[in-house]
Design a protein around this ligand. Structure first.
Ligand code: HEM
Length: 466
């Protein structure tokens, strides 16, 4: 089956989706003999529940995942068992306090004021014909914001001269090589790595860029409690049975890199697809503007709204959920069982030699899960009857933020930040996607728009604050 997969690698997610649709949600992929490439691909909610919740302890990330994502080191995405518990506990304590959300509110609006507004002003001065990649602008926004939040340091990648920051760029460059590591036989990518060629060369360059950015910012003496390094240094020293792969500085580098990936990429990907989808569905955009005006009582003069107030933007949240149902920012997951098992959906046998790929992209596109209109963008499907709020869906049917004990720790933060940025842009600007610009998902674990999102901007209102 490998030749067919390689032939379709440039449309990986849609290809997998077609196969899963034909096979009822679970498919056994056979690779070449001795290639160690046999996989089970699934998007079936029954299997998602089984893997992520019921049999959670049988499905760690495992050594295979760690090999592929070695660049993430001992960070939370790669971690299992005690190391994962250490990360989960420490990150949760940092991200669940009221102080964290007031910092979030402050840093998002500050970045709007010092980054987004000046950059958009500069673009508008160039005239209506000027076009730019909105995806990269939002990535810069999210990058600066997560650095500000976690490090108390704004690298200023979103400022009018749009400086090139290698680490910011490397976060995108590392993605294809990582997907290829899932697909190519291990020996092939290992040889490429050893020879420092092709995709593996890109990955090595990204690695260097991350190290150059992060290491100088790790301060072990700093007793500033806003700084994640203090909390993780304490956790590192208190841990007893954990074997880290390097010293404390190495561990802190890995910890921050994982949060950087989580905070920059998934969020900016969600917002990029949101702007693309509302450009195709102007009635949704109009409803979002109306909601901002009526619910927040913003009229002509803008005001920055609070985290509390963001919860009232029900229709905007529905439109964002509908976006990420169709375009989940983390499009797939990868697990390997410890003990042999049978997946209930499809009755498929799996053992420690089987990679299980879970396609969240396909879960959102299955008629059996979301109904006949599953491919349509309909925010209203999320609204409770009577307009009472956003419908809760089970995490197995809507696994975009993962399910079970490893549910995304940044879900609340992501929803708030996406709402703030989306509301600000939608209220002030009309985003026009360039006619004919190709828009399709990137062949990567993170579902960027492959060619970015080229847009022109026009102003609806001046950014005058009340
Ligand atoms: C729309 C935005 C987001 C989506 C769709 C999303 C989705 C996900 C998914 C699918 C996972 C599981 C990944 C895996 O196990 O390999 C995950 C984990 C995680 N996310 Fe998010 N995420 C988003 C935003 C964020 C943000 C802004 C942060 C904040 C830094 C964050 C922090 C985390 C962390 C720390 C984990 C690891 C949880 C664990 O393994 O226990 N996420 N997220």
């Amino acid at each position: 089956m490998l030749p067919a997969l390689i032939q379709n690698i440039h449309r990986f997610h849609d290809y997998v989706n077609e196969i899963l649709k034909e096979s009822g949600g679970t498919f056994e992929f056979k690779g070449p003999l001795f290639g160690n490439m046999d996989m089970v691909i699934t998007c079936d909610p029954t299997n998602i529940q089984h893997i992520f919740s019921k049999k959670f302890s049988n499905y760690p990330k495992g050594p295979e995942f760690r090999k592929i994502f070695e660049i993430l080191g001992d960070g939370i995405f790669n971690a299992d068992f005690e190391l994962w518990e250490l990360h989960r506990r420490t990150t949760l304590s940092l991200m669940s306090s009221e102080k964290f959300y007031s910092s979030l509110e402050r840093s998002v609006w500050q970045k709007v004021e010092t980054g987004l507004i000046p950059v958009f002003d500069k673009f508008l001065e160039q005239g209506f014909d000027f076009d730019f990649d909105l995806q990269h602008i939002i990535q810069r926004f999210a990058f600066d914001n997560i650095c500000q939040l976690m490090l108390n340091y704004d690298p200023g990648s979103l400022s009018p001269d749009l400086p090139e920051i290698r680490c910011e760029r490397a976060l995108s460059d590392a993605l294809e090589p990582l997907l290829h590591r899932h697909i190519l036989p291990e020996t092939v990518w290992k040889v490429q790595k050893w020879l420092e060629i092709g995709n593996e060369k890109k990955l090595l360059e990204a690695w260097e860029a991350f190290d150059d950015f992060i290491y100088p910012r790790i301060s072990l003496e700093d007793n500033n409690s806003d700084n994640i390094f203090e909390a993780f240094t304490k956790a590192y020293h208190e841990s007893e049975n954990i074997e880290f792969s390097g010293d404390l500085k190495h561990f802190l580098r890995d910890t921050f890199l994982n949060l950087l990936v989580a905070g920059r990429d998934s969020l900016s990907t969600g917002l990029t697809w949101f702007f693309w989808l509302i450009s195709k569905n102007p009635s949704v955009e109009i409803k979002i503007r109306e909601e901002i005006e009526t619910v927040l009582q913003i009229n002509e003069k803008w005001r920055y709204f609070s985290v509390e107030e963001s919860h009232k933007l029900v229709y905007l949240q529905a439109a964002l959920f509908e976006t990420i149902r169709l375009f989940p920012p983390i499009a797939l997951e990868h697990k390997v069982p410890i003990e042999p098992d049978v997946l209930p959906g499809g009755n498929v046998y799996v053992d420690h030699n089987t990679k299980v790929i879970i396609s969240f992209y396909s879960t959102g596109r299955m008629e059996s899960v979301w109904g006949k209109d599953c491919l349509e963008f309909k925010p209203d499907r999320w609204i409770l009857p009577g307009g009472g709020g956003v419908r809760h869906e089970s995490a197995f049917k809507f696994p975009v933020f993962n399910a079970g004990p490893r549910t995304c720790l940044g879900k609340k933060m992501a929803i708030i930040e996406m709402k703030m940025v989306a509301a600000f842009i939608v209220y002030h600007f009309q985003v026009h996607v360039i006619e004919g610009h190709p828009v399709s998902p990137r062949d990567a674990v993170i579902l960027h728009a492959k060619h970015g999102l080229r847009v022109r901007l026009s102003r609806i209102r001046n950014c005058i604050k009340a």
